[in-house]
Design a protein around this ligand. Structure first.
Ligand code: ADP
Ligand code: DAR
Length: 393
């Protein structure tokens, strides 16, 4: 159920969020395709049942908040033109997981415009006011030499990480990828990254064939993505696993690239300690180098396109693993204080996890409506305030 109805015969051209794909030549396929624009009854039945359950639940998700009956009725019969993604493909994760924070994903780029009545208010709420009439600013990494070490004495910050996401032009998102596309993308990514030099030089390790021990060690050391995220599974984002999935990293594991976890690429710089400047400079160098080799999907209004709307725009998440025992004596209080600085609190193993040994992952929440530099600066300034507060208690 769900999934991209027409993925087998659809163009593999990912389209801009405004559905700007080149119209298919007039063939009898158009007749077939015109039938495909109808959402089948089984999908409608599943949508109605899921919507009723969500409406009756105590879910706090943004999906529940913004999927009003009017929006639901307006969107339930729509499908994206190129891949036939339905409203069910967009919201099934949030229908199955009422504890979602957000609850929706874009199966393909056109979903952001076809289902804009649902995506736009959720984007505005999550990114602190990015309205449907707003336009994300052009990429701007700023002056990379203006960020320093957030904790030179090493009293609070254990490690620092800055990541961004990128989608390869010409491919839809996870739920619409074919097994052949996963394999093609993995080959394209590993061969492109093999050209990196200097500090970025490393090796690609496919998940296929990786021993469970090696995989678990990389996950436990915070280098590799977790497996079996129920939110991604419910979004139909884990098909053909582990085909097409893998990780590239340099020897020091300070530069890493994830292939086909949630997004096509996650480009990551990280190291022990609080030297945000060094981590940021490494990421900027790497992204600029990779962007010369692979074209990425970018939308005029939404910025860099990603599977989840929380990652659109800059796609940047800058985080510290930090111990602030006085502030964190009460997690709700910590989240309230962090929220004042537009910061998000996650557990030690990332989102949807708890803190272990008092170690929290705290990062910028906003990724749209500001530049890459401003997003990282927002984290920098917020963390500096939290440390000031902690040391004053
Ligand atoms: P993202 O979406 O940014 O990849 P996740 O919440 O899924 O974030 O976390 C991915 C992994 O990155 C997890 O293992 C998490 O512990 C790790 N991580 C995040 N921030 C840091 C950090 N500052 N230092 C070390 N590991 C980190
Ligand atoms: N599980 C989803 C994810 C929200 C944002 N995190 C991402 N995209 N990894 C939720 O709605 O909670």
């Amino acid at each position: 159920m769900g999934g991209c109805a027409s993925k087998d015969k659809a163009k593999t051209e990912a389209t801009g969020a405004n559905g700007s794909n080149t119209p298919a030549p007039a063939t009898n396929e158009d007749d077939v395709k015109s039938e495909d624009t109808m959402v089948d009854q089984a999908v409608l039945d599943k949508l109605e049942a899921g919507y009723a359950k969500l409406a009756a639940s105590d879910s706090k998700s943004l999906l529940k908040k913004f999927l009003t009956k009017e929006v639901f009725d307006n969107l339930k019969t729509k499908k994206t033109p190129s891949f036939g993604s339905s409203l069910l493909d967009v919201i099934q994760s949030g229908l199955e997981n009422h504890d979602s924070g957000v609850g929706i994903y874009a199966p393909d780029a056109e979903a952001y415009s076809v289902f804009a009545d649902l995506f736009d208010p959720i984007i505005e709420d999550y990114h602190g006011g990015f309205k449907k009439t707003d336009k994300h600013p052009p990429k701007d990494w700023g002056d990379v030499d203006t960020l320093g070490n957030l904790d030179p004495a090493g009293e609070y910050i254990i490690s620092t990480r800055v990541r961004c996401g990128r989608s390869l032009e010409g491919y839809p998102f996870n739920p619409c990828l074919t097994e052949a596309q996963y394999k093609e993308m993995e080959e394209k990514v590993s061969s492109t990254l093999s050209g990196l030099e200097g500090e970025l030089k490393g090796q690609f390790y496919p998940l296929t064939g990786m021993t469970k021990e090696v995989q678990q060690k990389l996950i436990d050391d915070h280098f590799l993505f977790k497996e079996g995220d129920r939110f991604l599974q419910a979004a139909n984002a884990c098909r053909f696993w582990p085909t097409g999935r893998g990780i590239y990293h340099n020897d020091a594991k300070t530069f890493l690239v994830w292939c086909n976890e949630e997004d096509h690429l996650r480009i990551i710089s990280m190291q022990m300690g609080g030297d945000l400047g060094q981590v940021y400079r490494r990421l900027v160098t790497a992204v600029n180098d990779i962007e010369k080799r692979i074209p990425f999907s970018h939308d005029d209004r939404l910025g860099f396109l990603t599977f989840c709307p929380t990652n659109l725009g800059t796609t940047v998440r800058a985080s510290v693993h930090i111990k602030v025992p006085k502030l964190a004596a009460d997690r709700a209080k910590l989240e309230e204080v962090a929220g004042k600085y537009n910061l998000q609190v996650r557990g030690t193993r990332g989102e949807h996890t708890e803190a272990e040994g008092g170690v929290y992952d705290i990062s910028n929440k906003r990724r749209m409506g500001l530049t890459e530099y401003e997003a990282v600066k927002e984290m920098h300034d917020g963390i500096a305030e939290l440390i000031k507060l902690e040391s004053s208690l």
